[in-house]
Design a binder for this molecule. Structure first.
Ligand SMILES: Cc1cc2nc3c(=O)[nH]c(=O)nc-3n(C[C@H](O)[C@H](O)[C@H](O)COP(=O)(O)O)c2cc1C
Length: 381
């Protein structure tokens, strides 16, 4: 239990000298002003006609909390228990690759910001800084590693997982919805690929198994090696089961939307799932992530943790996802924009605003712990 005494969080945030953008829309605009067209397009856009990208956000307004009053909400316990550990808040940093396109300090800044707020950082395979660099910068703050399966040479996957384990990372997130990149028109329009520009190579160039697999160690061979490995259409339950045998860390599957896949994950010994559609960047027209959550939670029936992302823009979105049964919630684009606008401090500001609105929303709903959010009445319009 990590209980904090509620203060009036709004009034604490009224500071005439403060000028950081608060709403997601303002934040996005400020980030756009800081970034080149290609980099901003890569972050903000989605796949296809961006139907899913938009629905991810708009669908939150279909769900409404029905608050209870006259409960004593002086204290609030924000902690969650996952895989035998206690985390201070139900917020996580979603794995986002190539963060140097947003800010030179990339994942180092984000991981340090997360550490300062006790929020676990999930590091992408295609990071701009490697596992060991992030560890050196953040010590033993909670970190998980997101794995993109390596199709050409599975030993590269096992090697990265081992490195994460050796560095003290606490779980492995295997992303299952990106066997190939989604059809992202804005990137084609802008003729922009951060992967091809080498922004996501840090974990690869520091991996002995990957480097030994290349014909040469020049830049072109490295980029070609990454592009070849990241395309992994043959990924199936067989590799998932094998991966499970290769690590003692809990494994979560990220990108689950169908209740039957959730059941298969349990049958195959998986430790947790993340309901996500990759922020509308992969399969366009797919169900909004928040609309998929409840059925997955029901299918899982408490057997393993269910985490959630895609479309979270503010603290009240976090609360709705938790009320619909998520055990924790990942924040994506908002922190990336915070990074672009203000580096580590920008990420801290964005996360802190989300966290504070989350706390206010829980307390105003008449609830005193994240755990009890399950019991809140939520109606669908
Ligand atoms: C610029 C960008 C890069 C991303 N890179 C990865 C990645 O490397 N691995 C991964 O599993 N998901 C990646 N994602 C997806 C996020 O983990 C998360 O699912 C998504 O951002 C949620 O949608 P939202 O940001 O709209 O809330 C990326 C998302 C963005 C916006």
């Amino acid at each position: 239990m990590i209980t904090t005494r509620n203060n009036d969080l709004l009034l604490q945030n009224i500071d005439p000298s403060e000028s950081f953008p608060v709403s997601f829309e303002q934040l996005e605009q400020a980030a756009q002003e800081k970034m080149g067209k290609g980099a901003f397009g890569y972050i903000h856009s989605g796949a296809g006609r961006e139907e899913t990208l938009q629905k991810n956000v708009s669908s939150f307004s279909k769900y409404a909390i029905v608050p209870r009053f006259l409960n004593d909400v002086t204290e609030l316990d924000t902690s969650v228990q996952l895989f035998g550990r206690t985390y201070a808040t139900p917020l996580f940093i979603a794995p986002v690759g190539v963060q140097k396109i947003a800010h030179e300090d990339g994942e180092i800044a984000t991981a340090q910001a997360a550490a300062s707020l006790g929020i676990p950082f999930i590091q992408s395979t295609v990071s701009s800084y490697c596992i060991e660099e992030v560890t050196e910068a953040t010590g033993n703050s909670p970190k998980w590693f997101q794995l993109y399966w390596s199709s050409q040479n599975e030993d590269i996957s096992y090697s990265m997982v081992q490195r994460a384990e050796a560095a003290g990372y606490e779980a492995i997130v295997l992303t299952v919805d990106t066997v190939m990149l989604g059809w992202r028109e804005e990137d084609v329009n802008n003729q922009y690929s951060p992967l091809m520009q080498g922004f996501g190579k840090a974990n690869y160039v520091n991996d002995p198994v990957f480097m030994a697999s290349l014909p040469n160690d020049d830049d072109d061979s490295i980029i070609q090696g990454i592009v070849d490995n990241i395309y992994h259409p043959s990924l199936s339950w067989k590799q998932v089961v094998e991966l499970k045998k290769r690590t003692s860390l809990p494994i979560l599957l990220k990108g689950i939307l169908h209740p039957e896949d959730a059941k298969l994950a349990i049958e195959n010994g998986i430790d947790g799932i993340i309901v996500s559609n990759h922020g509308g960047r992969q399969l366009d027209g797919v169900v909004a992530s928040i609309d998929a959550l409840r059925a997955v939670v029901e299918a899982v029936d408490g057997k393993i943790p269910v985490l959630f992302d895609s479309g979270v823009r503010r603290g009240s979105d976090v609360v709705k996802a938790l009320a619909l049964g998520a055990d924790a919630v990942l924040v994506g684009r908002p922190f990336v924009y915070g990074l672009a606008v203000g580096g580590q401090q920008g990420v801290e500001k964005v996360l802190s605003n989300i966290l504070q609105e989350m706390k206010v929303t829980i307390s105003l709903s008449g609830i005193t712990s994240v755990r009890d959010l399950r019991n809140v009445t939520i109606v669908k319009r």
